[in-house]
Design a protein around this ligand. Structure first.
Ligand code: ZN
Length: 95
């Protein structure tokens, strides 16, 4: 099992904190239900229940949706700037 993924640090439960959720498959503590859901979907995809995998996919879809809207907004801004320049350029030549 890989231990040096960037998210792995987030998974760690500090000693003063009590884990919000413990993995039912390997007993690993997590700070929140969400991290456990991700962990189960990634590390226990084969053995987890359908419900657990669906929860994981729902979480993952959320992330992808955020990423999609971010790219979408970026693309729109680039388009608007390009359009504005073309418009100003056309105005200058028409005037
Ligand atoms: Zn586990």
């Amino acid at each position: 099992m890989a231990t040096n993924r960037p998210l792995e640090r987030e998974y760690e439960v500090p000693p003063e904190e009590s884990p919000g959720k413990t993995c039912p498959y390997c007993g690993r503590p997590f700070r929140s239900e969400r991290y456990a859901t991700f962990h189960i979907g990634v590390d226990h995809a084969e053995e987890c229940s359908e419900d657990e995998y669906e929860a994981f996919e729902a979480e993952r879809d959320d992330e992808e949706y955020d990423l999609f809207t971010f790219h979408f907004k970026a693309a729109i801004s680039v388009f608007l700037v390009y359009f504005l320049f073309t418009f100003v350029y056309a105005l200058v030549w028409a005037g």
